[in-house]
Design a protein around this ligand. Sequence first.
Ligand code: GLC
Length: 745
Amino acid sequence: MKSSSFTLILSIFGIIQIAQGSPVYKDKNAPLEQRVSDLVGQMSLAEKIQQLNQLSFGINLNPNNKGETVNDVAPEVGSLIYLNEDPVERNAIQRRAMEKSRLGIPILFGFDTIHGIKTVYPIPLAQACSWNPALVTQTAAVAARETKLTGIDWTFSPMIDVSRDPRWGRIAESYGEDPHTAAVFGVATVKGYQGAKLSDPFSVASCLKHFAGYGVSEGGRDYRATDISTQALWETYLPPYEAGVKAGAATLMSGFNDISGVPASANHYLLTEILKQGWNHDGFVVSDWNSVEQLIAQGVAKDRKEAGLKSFKAGVEMNMVDRIYADHLQELLLEDKITMDSINDAVSRVLRVKFRLGLFEQPYTPIVPEADRYLRPEDKIVAAKLAEESMVLLKNERAALPISPKVKSLALIGPLVKDQENLLGCWSGNGKAKDVESIFEGVTREFGDKVKLLYARGCDFDGTDESGFTEAIDAAVKADAVVICIGEKKAWSGENSSRSTIALPAIQEKLVARLKQTGKPIILVLSNGRPLELQRLEPQADAIVEIWHPGVAGGTPLAGILSGRVNPSGRLAITFPLATGQIPIYYGMRSSARPNDGNYKDISTEPLYTFGHGLSYTSFNYGKATLSKGKLASDQMLTVQVPVTNTGSVAGQETAFWFISDPVCSVSRPMKELKHFEKKTIKPGETVVFTFEIDPQRDLSHPDSTGKKLLEAGDFHVRIKDQRLTFELVDNDDRPTVSTPVPPR
Ligand code: GLC
């Protein structure tokens, strides 16, 4: 329809509405854009600026953000980070907005539901190790429902920063080192949060963060600068965001980091040229906490006003808590440094999300009984299932696992055996320790009537107190096998939790060494938020189970793995370095000029556990992989298949990882890139076929430094397990020119 006739129809619609006395924006049947423009057209400048202003309300548990609590919320404020969990209180604030403000614009309540808000489930890094996106969508839907019933319409999640430095505490919040993995699980989480429609009763708006490249913080030190070539930006750090935007993510959050000198929160190239002009995102960008004001510390703004100018002009629509937009946008407009059109566009983006959420029609949170709001049995089952599928069996020798029926006494030793708080992990929302099933509880439930359990704490997470060793050793001596539960506190990962080493504190390693001297079978259970340096622990353990920070339902899934009731199916979504000194080390590195040289002279250059590592209680045999053709044109598909047989005696889930390599290209490429994965259950003796449909545009192209996807003719390899098949792409759309990296704007 021509725009003039569309405009005519809209204005007729508007006239009818005005004649009827109710403004168009209040009519839920009016077209969305009509409602947005009608409302913006009625707003004063002050009301518009308030919509771009986000404050925090309630007790802030994030120690890194000393946000003030807003006791008297202006009814016109655009958004609140709601840090309490009282929907009645929240509705009272909303009612003032709906009834006391001139235009009755609802407030958008946001919060960090990262991996559950009350039914806390495994940290995102663990979720990725499940290789089960559908299950992650299910858990995100559980989180969305509880979030909505808390009074929150918008979660600052998923975090999809590709992370390859485990010294960085926020790697726990990520889906690991691989762009494709982050894209798949980021989209799965968006789908779980946003449901079929944003206006559905239990949908919440998602927020892709931290746009972009925050995971490259120098030295793994949080908030630090990131040096990212434009090529790397497009090849590694932007794909998860492009996927999330295409999946309909309502909002994004700009990161703290500066990208090769241009802070993400003032990066026009990122926030406008790529996100708005390139990807046509019509939602909005919120800054991170104080990330506008932090432009001063980053040396690109002399004062708050200039920081506000740079952020707003770059494409940050909503200003989180430092009140710079509230203080300076009007002044900047009067000085002609920003335009009313840009303000109207920013406000329209915020209102668009509020209209899509249905907040004008349903501004209030349903008040339901606590038992129906949180921790429903069916929701805890979903959380437990994800915990079970995210746990990774890293080592299993001398038939240590599953624990033999001959074992009549089991020593459970370590600071994590009876711990509840730390199993929640970082960013655990309103999760409570009392709601966590401890390892001890889970193992007691699983083994209690068959096996004598002996418990000793042994030591603390850190420190030098060895006074608990004697009791631990006594327990071990009396037992047939020893399960040692060690790892990290929840506070050791998450924001502002960088560590110079990924080894566990010496006291924990000492405890293991002393218990090893008893000569009993040693089963290590690790609960942590990052890959750990295990080079001294690994040789002492007969078996190692990585349970990550599993959330409220971790005890029984682990017990199921120990007993053999559950066949572990987790595979690593992040490389475990042999030593901290190897960092960065990840599977998708580029090839060395001398692949067999240049290695460390003091230790191996191989990681301890590679991306995709994980053992099972059964065995899977990969048959011969086959190609549907040896040559293909860029507009054709290529089917690769591999039969996999369960050659063991118990059913198991196997994940097939399909990698693509481009051995000769106009730019050097990662040695291999994950392009597809699939997880299937296979019964003993059964053979199933895994298939990968290669789409050249999607799977064989590589971005140049402007993000343009180039296809280059030549040989490609597709890798599955230990097989490598070669095929040829026989034509190409773009004669490659080695693209000169476009300097960041
Ligand atoms: C924090 C984090 C961000 C979070 C925000 C609101 O500083 O960087 O991930 O969503 O502030 O709590």
